[in-house]
Design a protein around this ligand. Sequence first.
Ligand code: NAD
Length: 440
Amino acid sequence: MNNETLDPILISEIQFDKANSYISHLQRGLVEFLKQPKRINIVNFPIELDDGSVKTFRGYRIIHNRVFGPGKGGIRYHPDVNEAEVESLAKLMTWKCALVNIPFGGAKGGVSCNTKELSTNELRKITRRFTSEMFDVIGPYTDIPAPDMYTNEQTMAWIYDTYEVLNPGENNRPIVTGKPIDLGGSYGRRDATGQGCLFVTERFLSKRLIKEIAEIAGTRVVIQGFGNVGRVAANAFCRQGAKIIALSDSSGCIYNDEGLNLDAVASFKDEHGVLVGMPGTLTMTNEEMLELECDILIPAAISNQIHAGNAKNIKAKLIVEAANNPTTPVADSILNEKGIYVLPDIISNAGGVTVSYYEWVQNQANEQWDIDTVNSKLKKKMYDCVDVVFKRWQSFVVGEERGVDKKTGEQIECPDFRTVALITAIERVANATLTRGIWP
Ligand code: NAD
């Protein structure tokens, strides 16, 4: 990938420093505080597998910042989970919660494991043991997990149950979000991230920055990833009149220029476990798919998919980052030069944590809101978020605000949307740090 760094900590550092060039008043020490995680927790624990052998797994829970409230962030089960990745994702959660104005800090967790090689019984044991190892770390008012890649409502139910057994006699429902409805989950949480993507795209298009696209209806959309987020996003965009021309999972991509039949795709995926092989579609690689001619490209799988090596070949007019960190900093610059707009992860996938917050609020009050209530609140939050970032971006475009290279003192170019969103979030967390008196 042209020797660019893919180190997740360095990438978040580059993004932070870029945003900081547009913020005039952050003291040096405060910058260091905001960059560092508050607490890193790593556990190794043994599990007896179904064949009687014992394997030791490594789990992480990293709390980056709790200035606005309890740590909040998903738990990921993937072989590539490591400390650097979890730390960078925890930071992203801090900025995301601050940007959408919900009273949570940032955290993330994960277990390094391959769910495709583990039985339900083994996954249950891993989840229960991981939860009990993290019992002193997580809590309804300290740190609240949620689903992420290769975890789901079932995983959240096991976390809730384990916590409840260890801490009986309390209302423990707010310990975790993304639970099944019967256990205090919120209507709309399962769809919230994909639905949120739709709302932010709709609002962004209404600003008419992309002259030829005023609305979602009629757009040609490519989506990488067909999991919790990608599947919902595909259906949501399709319901608004978009044509989903390509979809992928880890097996590869399926393509139909006339638009894919999503019901048939879902049935095929549920039956065969993969997308590739779906009748009536062409097969291509994930790499080829990203470079397809289309209006909207939605990466909804893993990180670093749009990088120095392929950014110049991207033909989409708009990238909506449903996944976390799908675009590298070098790719950001290339896309910016090409005039391709990127709606960054901290806006585009913030619907998930927003409805997680609504679930937490419902759990405190022992209420269950109906789907229309949840979705109308979500829509307003997502629209407001786009409006705030767009307005701030315009203040840079017209020169009311400027950025300065802190080393040379030279004026720098107008920031992209990721940078503007980060400026807004970092300023909010910094101001709250000072107001609370955390900073000496
Ligand atoms: P998921 O596990 O349900 O789905 C992941 C999808 O990615 C699957 O379709 C899988 O086949 C595909 N995939 C895995 N490796 C791939 C590869 N190498 N190339 C192409 N596709 C690959 O996960 P999810 O919950 O849908 O999360 C997807 C992304 O969205 C992640 O980056 C996650 O951090 C982010 N996200 C999720 C939520 C949420 O509420 N679930 C919220 C915010 C952000």
